[in-house]
Structures are given as C-alpha cells and as structure tokens.
Ligand binder design. Structure first.
Ligand code: SF4
Length: 425
C-alpha cells in the first residue's frame, strides 16, 4: 500500500513544536511517511498558534497560502486556532481546508506505533520536552487556560523516560517547557512540586537541561539549592516578569509584585553567585499603563540585571478579562514603548556578552562547515539569546570547549580551545 506523505508546518512557540514532535512519535509509520517540504507531501498539516490576534492571522495566512499553492493536496488545519474558536466555526468560515481538527488530534493518523524520535529532532542537538499542558494561572490578558484547560502535569517518570530516550539518540540539550513550569505537579501532589521534578532529573544523563517559563512566585531559595545540587540543570533562569509596575502587575493578575521579583533575583545571585544567566519577557501597552509604569519596568530590568529580555506588545483579545479594562493604549504608543524596552534589552545583552570575552565555555555545536561552526554556550537558549560563532573543525552535536574572543550584538565570537600539550623536554 502506498504510504501517505505528510508534512507539518509548525507555527508559534516551542510548546507547539513539542506537540508536533509528539504527533510525529505517534504517527502510524505503516501508513504515513514524514517529509520535510510541502512539495513532497500528499497531506499538509498546519499546526497553528492561537495565542493572540497576530498569531491567528499569521496562521490563517500561512494555511491559505499553502492551500492556494498546493490546491490538489489535503490541507489539515489543526493546532490552537480550532481549539480556541471551535472546529465548527472555523470549518464554516474556511471551507477551503479539507480537515479542521482541534490540537493535532487527527483520526486514523495516530497509533501506538513508535517508529523513532529521530523524525523530528535529529537536525538539532537539542529538543523540547513538554512537562505539562494547560494552566491554573488566571492572568487577565491570557486566553490559554480557556482553551487548553487547567494544569495537567506529566508524571516525573514519563519526563525522565523521554529525556533518556532523547539522550540515547544523541540529544545533548533538553529544554523543559510548559505554560507555567514552576506550577508543575500542583494537580498531582496538591502543591507546586518543581523540587520533586528537579530531584527526579538526577536519573538523566543528558548534559544540559534548561527550564523555560518559571513564574517568580514559584522560585524559593530552597528550590534554587536543589536546582544547583542536581548539576545538569543549567543555572539559566527564564522568569517572565511582564512588568515592573505593581499597579500593572496587579491588573495583570500575575500573583507577585516588584519586591518579590527582586527578592527572587537576589536568591539566584546568593545561590549561584555570578554563575547564572537571567532572562525575562516584558509586555508593554497593557490597558491603563502609563509612562511612569514603563519607567518602572525599565528600572526593574536594570536593577535586576537581566541578561536577555524579550518584549511584546499587549494584544486585546475579546475572550480575555483584560478586554474590559480601560483606557486602551494607542498601537503607536505600544510600538514606541516596545522600542524603549528593546533599547535597554540590547544594552543589557551586550553588557552580558562583553563579560564573556576571554572566558572558556562548553559550546553545543549546531552547524559547521570545514573550519567554522555555530553553536551556543549554556547562557544562550536556542533561537532567542544569540549564538556562538567559532573557528575550528567540529561536528554538529559535539560539545566542545571554546574561548570567547570578541562579540557583536547577538554573537559571541571565538574559537575551539586547543588542548595544551605539556612537555618536560
Ligand atoms: S501563567 Fe498566565 S500567561 Fe501563562 S499561560 Fe497561565 S494564565 Fe496564561
């Protein structure tokens, strides 16, 4: 029987990439074959992102363009957009798609057959692993809990098992993701239990484990001591603070204030000394945000000495509670506030990059040519924190010692460290 060639276009955040990976793993390889371009495919699946209006629009544009370009191929419109708006509504509005499915729940495609993990991750020496779906948070601007539901944590043994399988096929870095990583285990144990998961990670061998999206509410000094003690969990802290203004944080219903954020940053420095990297994300343009609130955010970024900062503009979603809040901020003002935060973010990142000059790091190589390579040191998460560009003969997937010699914005530049040969003669 001829196999159906299937191609998945993934949009949105790393969580969605994980869903595509899971989809690949459950694919019935007796009936389907994965291909890596839409030209080769019989069936094109668009794994959409429905987080904010811009993401929905991008999802529709990509899917419609693919259908227009390949009218004879089956197009499956899946992912978050049908989950958020309902399958029937999307089907009635967009009859050009052959199938509309919530998530990637495609009947007759999944089976128990696990062909290989390699279909999705072999091109990278790193992989994302989802530790939970859904969220119990009630941030006023967010619609995720409304369509992904409440927190459903994966048991620690499943997560450890998956990390070990990935390690066996050559993965060197695992990035644990969820909507709210610090809340892991609340549904299983009646309280946030990230400490338990960190302890379980002692049974893994992968050299680098990185945690993303840890809300400051869940970070305690005790948790940080376990974090350090496990060893393979990188001292990389992705703490999405969103704002430095207590008024805005309260309207956002984030569950912490500025003082608590600073306290958490202090704990990190106390436990890890200088040996840590801090990342955060900021939202500007929340209803009612004033220039002085923005200034409070800039002050927090500087006072907290974040190394990497992502910034995005508030998006007014009808289903979100913040939709009712006034006054709305003019889109042009949101753009100019974004630029102000980006400017400070660039300065902070450059200051961090400068501090790496002259130092030696382990570097995970992602791509190489004859004498050059691109990789990352542990303070750089994939796709968001820049890269290391080096000279030396190495292969993708290798972990090598490198020396940073100079920097450019978003780039650490250097070389593979050559082992010094000592001689008595
Ligand atoms: S923590 Fe807040 S922003 Fe993040 S997914 Fe949950 S509700 Fe949304």
């Amino acid at each position: 029987m001829k196999k159906t060639k299937i191609y998945v276009e993934t949009l949105g955040c790393p969580k969605n990439l994980v869903r595509t990976q899971d989809f690949y793993r459950q694919l019935n390889y007796g009936d389907y074959e994965v291909v890596y371009s839409p030209e080769e495919a019989d069936m094109i699946v668009v794994n959409t992102c429905g987080f904010i209006a811009d993401a929905v629009e991008e999802s529709l544009t990509v899917a419609l363009e693919l259908k227009q370009q390949y009218p004879d191929k089956s197009l499956v419109f899946g992912g978050c957009v049908p989950l958020r708006f309902g399958t029937q509504l999307v089907k009635s509005e967009l009859p050009e798609f052959d199938y509309v499915v919530p998530g990637l729940d495609i009947p007759n495609i999944s089976s128990q057959h696990k062909e290989s993990l390699q279909t999705s991750v072999l091109t990278y020496p790193y992989a994302y692993v989802s530790i939970a779906e859904g969220c119990d948070g009630r941030c006023s601007y967010c619609t995720i809990p409304k369509f992904w539901g409440s927190l459903k944590s994966r048991p620690a043994s499943d997560i450890v098992g998956e990390i070990n399988e990935l390690y066996e096929i050559g993965i060197k870095e695992v990035i644990l993701v969820s909507q709210d990583t610090g809340a892991w285990g609340t549904d299983l144990y009646g309280k946030p239990s990230l400490e338990l998961l960190l302890n379980a990670l002692r049974d893994t061998q992968v050299p680098w484990i990185r945690l993303m999206y840890v809300n400051p509410t869940f970070i305690t000094e005790r948790l940080l001591r376990v974090w350090k003690d496990v060893g393979r969990v990188l001292p990389y802290f992705d703490i999405p603070v969103q704002s430095g203004s207590d008024k805005v944080l309260s309207l956002m219903r984030r569950g912490y204030n500025r003082k608590q954020v600073l306290q958490v940053l202090q704990f990190i420095d106390d436990v890890f000394a200088e040996n840590n990297t801090k990342r955060t994300s900021i939202m500007v343009g929340f209803p009612g945000e004033t220039e002085s609130d923005v200034q409070a955010t800039l002050d927090l970024l500087i006072q907290g000495q974040f190394h990497h900062v992502g910034v995005f503009g508030y998006s007014d979603e009808e289903e979100a509670d913040s939709y009712k809040l006034l006054p709305k901020i003019d889109p042009a003002v949101i753009d100019s506030r974004k630029i102000s935060v980006e400017r400070v973010a660039l300065e902070l990142q450059q200051a961090w990059e400068q501090k790496t000059v002259g130092k030696t790091y382990q570097c995970l190589v992602e791509a190489s040519s004859d004498s050059e390579f691109i990789g990352r040191i542990w303070g750089q998460a994939p796709e968001i924190d820049g890269v290391f560009v080096g000279k030396g003969e190495v292969e993708p997937g290798e972990m090598v010692e490198v020396v940073v010699e100079k920097t450019k914005p978003g780039q650490l530049i250097g070389r593979k460290k050559v082992q010094e040969v000592t001689s008595n003669t």
